[in-house]
Design a protein around this ligand. Sequence first.
Ligand SMILES: [Mg+2]
Length: 393
Amino acid sequence: MEKLSVLVLDDDDFILDVVHVMLKSFGVTDITCDTSAAMALPTLDMDNPRSVVLCDLNMPEMDGVEVVRYLGQQGFCGGVIVFSGEDSRLLQTVAEIGRAHHLRLLGALGKPIDRQALSRMLQNMAKDASALHHRPHVTLSAAELRDGLENDALTPYFQPQVDTLSRRVIGVEALARWRHPAKGILSPAAFISVAEQNALIAPLTERMITLSLRQWQLWNAAGLDLTISVNLSMHSLTRLDFPERLVAEAQSIGVPLDRLVLEITESQVSQDILVSSDVLARLCLKRVRLSIDDFGTAYSNMEKLQMLPFSELKIDQAFIHGAAKKPASYAIVKSSADLGRDLGMKIVAEGVETQEDWDCAGELGCDLIQGYFIARPMPGDQMPGWVRSWKWR
Ligand SMILES: [Mg+2]
């Protein structure tokens, strides 16, 4: 824990003193306390994975929600702990906001601060930080992105999906990664918004499909028969010739279309899906399966959902992990799974991180599960070995 660098924000000097003493007793030496978030945050090293921000919710000038939002926007790669005398539901809500911003939320604490709980959160952080390689927040330029798309910098990683009951590996989701010559493997945060702003999202999506289909072929030759899910952007769905091009490509590579699942996020479905229902209907006729991704995060028009030919519903990971202990998440997972089942869809639970998440997803009728508890996304050539060693936990 001595390697951590901790910033404590609270408008109350007394609390700052108390936390300072606690942190020192844990062996933390690099501690900064400040009553003003607005003054302290600009001095924070956003790229330091050993950095932790401990933050009070109720502060007059810049409150805890604003701090969490700011850290998310800056791509802070350290850990965050929020604490407050407010009720625990509010703390949970702020924790969810943090997760939505892809922050590393270590936990939420009530006041007075529980010494042991704080120590545990920091210990986990210290363990993870030493395992974590330094991962600076990088964003590609439009030129880098354009060049890379031509030079094979884009590479899919694959995360397995397991049948909840039989425990067999059924499929994978392809997730975009970027091989950077100097900075290593980058996650979508480094390039998706750049792609969107520069009209490169359709080429990127279609490149992901091509690479995934080729990977399927390699796996198939090695005796693996998995479904492969690819995230689709709406831009591809507004091109009327998309289904025909996709069919031609899958046939030339030798992939049966019913092995392909295209995921479209719920927020896109609820916005402008009617424009693309022509394309969706024809994809469905060609036996490509369609999946609603990140379900629960938008407010879908149920009538619209039921009109469209989706065969799968993926419940967003924000609700799955910890659902057994969070009544609000549990209710969302349950009603989403019920709805999907009533509409004849297969239900996928994303974000399964513990045995408890798995049991809860199974109990609520999710057919497939995906998440760190099963495996992290991996390069395609590692998949056959991983499937062989998968131990039906
Ligand atoms: Mg997805």
